[in-house]
Design a protein around this ligand. Structure first.
Ligand code: BGC
Ligand code: CA
Length: 436
């Protein structure tokens, strides 16, 4: 046994050295540099030494470990061990796109956009989670593009305004847009964090109710409905804007939202969930295989899977992979109708011989979240087959970490972990279980 252990260690080191050595390896695109490699022992591999839970591959996804007040990244969580990564999408690039998409719509429809003809283009905004960096970025992106942003210490305020009938709210200002040589005023009439009474954020039901309240206050002053995501956007569209032909803009490119573009939904942003779901499982696969982390990502794997630099970037200092976003509008929505299809360049089946089945524990923070349950999880379920991963999916209640961590009773049963926290500050609720 001792000898086997020594051999295994020697092998692991040798693999690590081969993969890490040499400065001529393919580099990640843009900011990327090579994050390195490791070799894990299979937990089921006969007499190989079991890997301690704290040393198993760990990927955070969709909610980046960070301080929910300041946005500062939680580098301890991101460096939990040498095989820890975050997978998400480029929040700022996506937020800019969302703002631009709405501005383009206004520009193209300037003759009809002002429903009551009072010279003010009014919009309402559904906010997902005031402490979530993706939600904050989207609120800022819309305000920036529509010139309603107010800066404080160099950053755009992202607070909800509640109602802002007179344009005097301190978190926003009345914007000025010059279109076709004419100046228009833009006002954020109302915005609110869509949190339900039990505490779940990004809550579509709350958004569906809130639009009715807003309409009773503002009626035809509302020219545009904007939302931090499609779940809330579609709830508002179905409750009011579809019938009243008021363009509504969301984020995520869920299949139902893309289909609704044919019925007047204004547009959405694809955060390339097909690439993110792949990366989420791929980084685990690579760590478990003991190969360079770039395998099947920036460098083609043995099945031909590879991503091009226009769909993702890797930021080494943040240990984070970010998918890039694409606007989905009336012009191109036909190409996005099914959000659950694997991305073709990385849809090639891995061989069982070289990539034997491994067990992964994965949670979705809120089983009722539209994006995660209707788009992300179905994609993960396609990729887990392709990557030979046996994934146990745990759906949380969106409110408490304990509801999820309770279901990680025996981490030793799994070879790797994929975690979607309820609150971005709460990484320790999970890592403490792996450190035991
Ligand atoms: C998605 C939202 C989702 C949230 C959950 C975001 O990236 O766009 O739809 O509710 O993640 O954390
Ligand atoms: Ca108006």
């Amino acid at each position: 046994m001792k000898k086997t252990l020594a051999l295994a260690l020697a092998l692991a080191m040798a693999l690590g050295l081969t993969a890490c050595g040499g400065g001529d390896k393919p580099q990640q695109p843009s900011t990327g540099s090579n994050p390195g490699t490791s070799a894990n022992q299979p937990s089921t591999g006969g007499d190989a030494a079991p890997v301690a839970n704290k040393d198993k591959p760990l990927v955070w996804f969709n909610r980046q470990p960070s301080n929910s007040s300041t946005g500062e990244l939680d580098m301890d969580a991101l460096n939990f061990n040498g095989d820890t990564y975050y997978v998400g999408f480029d929040a700022n690039q996506g937020a800019e796109l969302q703002g631009q998409m709405i501005l383009d719509y206004i520009t193209a429809n300037i003759d009809t956009i002002d429903r009551n003809g009072d010279g003010i283009i009014g919009y309402v905004l559904a906010i997902g989670d005031i402490g979530h960096n993706d939600s904050i970025a989207r609120t800022r992106g819309v305000r920036k593009a529509l010139d309603t942003a107010v800066e404080e210490n160099g950053v755009i305020k992202s607070d909800a305004v509640g109602v802002n009938a007179d344009g005097k709210a301190s978190a926003v200002k009345d914007g000025k847009l010059t279109i076709g040589g004419k100046e228009y005023t833009v006002r954020e009439l109302a915005s609110q964090e869509m949190k339900n009474s039990a505490g779940a954020t990004w809550d579509a039901g709350t958004a569906g109710n809130t639009i009715s309240t807003w309409v009773s206050t503002f009626s035809d002053q509302i020219d545009i409905v904007a939302s931090n995501n499609d779940g809330m956007g579609m709830a508002m569209f179905n409750a009011w804007s579809k019938e009243n032909k008021v363009p509504t803009f969301g984020y995520d490119a869920n299949s139902d939202a893309v289909a609704a573009i044919a019925d007047g939904y204004g547009g959405t942003i694809s955060q390339h969930a097909d690439v993110q779901a792949y990366l989420t499982l791929r980084v685990l696969r690579n760590a478990l295989d003991g190969v360079d982390i770039d395998t099947g990502i920036g460098t083609a794997d043995d099945a031909g899977n590879v991503l091009s630099s226009d769909v993702y970037k890797y930021v080494d200092a943040e240990r984070s992979y970010y998918a890039l976003n694409v606007a989905v509008t009336a012009e191109n929505y036909q190409n996005f109708l099914d959000a659950t299809v694997p991305y073709a360049p990385v849809a090639n089946q891995l061989s069982q011989d070289t990539h034997p089945t491994k067990n992964v524990w994965l949670n979705i923070y809120n089983a009722a979240d539209n994006f995660l349950s209707a788009t992300y999880q179905p994609l993960l379920q396609n990729y887990d087959d392709i990557l030979n991963l046996n994934v146990e999916y745990i759906g949380g209640d969106g409110q408490t970490e304990g509801n999820i961590t309770n279901r990680l009773g025996n981490p030793s049963q799994y070879d790797a972990f994929a975690i979607n926290m309820v609150k971005t500050d709460n990484s320790a609720a999970y890592t403490s279980l792996l450190n035991q």
